[in-house]
Write a protein that binds this ligand. Structure first.
Ligand code: 13P
Length: 249
């Protein structure tokens, strides 16, 4: 059985004070949840507030990105060791917004994933097709290319430590969720890639999350799919009651 991961990606939202206020309401609402691993990824500067507010619980905190080197003259960047040192345990890598606005490629995604693992962080590596790619019938080939050009180059030992997030770009922030069947189909494509590259046992163990307009009212249908091992949630993770409803699906 794969233990679900329910992760919140806060993107560019909330101050430190708003982070603490979120946890004050969120923690009682998810008390004693053991069914899923719960991860919150605030902006870098609010990681300490999130770690402090969740330290007495099983909720873990992550970054939304990292640089692939640990130190050097790279103005504005943050390393895996720096994230680990302030209590982050996870990191999102290769989110479509990073690919779209900050020119990340499968190659930088691979380097960042290796750097995260070297720092002892759990990477959540994002893949997913754009609307025009889906409409052109290219979803499977896009997912295969993102896999082979990126995380498919990890060693088996490295691969065993990552979580994949399938996030169709057209479903992010649009209110258009992939149907559970569409998401499961994409997950099957990815799992088949894992099986081909790393073997069936690795494919069976690999957790693949769905992301893209996950809300309290659609999470149950998504999680009913055996292929879907959790969710990466944007907008609906910003509100404590709504993210708690998702976690408690
Ligand atoms: P929304 O849940 O706001 O669609 O965002 C999804 C996402 O990008 C999570 O990483």
């Amino acid at each position: 059985m794969r233990k679900p991961v329910m992760a919140g990606n806060w993107k560019l939202y909330k101050t430190a004070a708003e982070t603490s206020a979120f946890f004050e309401k969120f923690m009682p609402a998810i008390a004693d949840r053991k069914r899923a691993e719960i991860v919150i990824c605030p902006p870098f500067v609010n990681i300490p507030a999130a770690v402090a507010a969740s330290s007495a619980s099983s909720v873990e905190v992550g970054g939304q990105d990292l640089f692939w080197l640990q130190e050097g003259a790279y103005t504005g960047e943050v390393s895996g060791n720096m994230l680990a040192a302030i209590g982050a345990r996870w990191v999102i890598i290769g989110h479509s917004e990073r690919r779209q606005y900050f020119h990340e490629t499968d190659e930088t995604v691979l380097k960042k994933t290796q750097a995260a693992l070297a720092s002892g962080l759990n990477p959540i590596v994002c893949v997913g097709e754009r609307l025009e790619e889906r409409e052109a019938g290219a979803t499977e080939s896009v997912l295969r290319t993102q896999f082979t050009g990126g995380i498919g180059a990890l060693t088996p030992e490295q691969f065993a430590k990552i979580v994949i997030a399938y996030e169709p770009v057209w479903a992010i922030g649009t209110g258009k969720t992939a149907t559970p069947e569409m998401a499961a189909d994409a997950h099957r494509v990815l799992r088949a890639e894992v099986a081909q590259r790393y073997g069936q046992a690795a494919a069976d163990a690999c957790r693949i999350l769905y992301g893209g307009s996950v809300k309290p009212d659609n999470v149950k249908g998504l999680m009913a799919q055996e292929e879907i091992d959790g969710a990466l949630v944007g907008g609906a993770s910003l509100d404590p009651a709504s993210f708690a409803a998702i976690v408690n699906f």
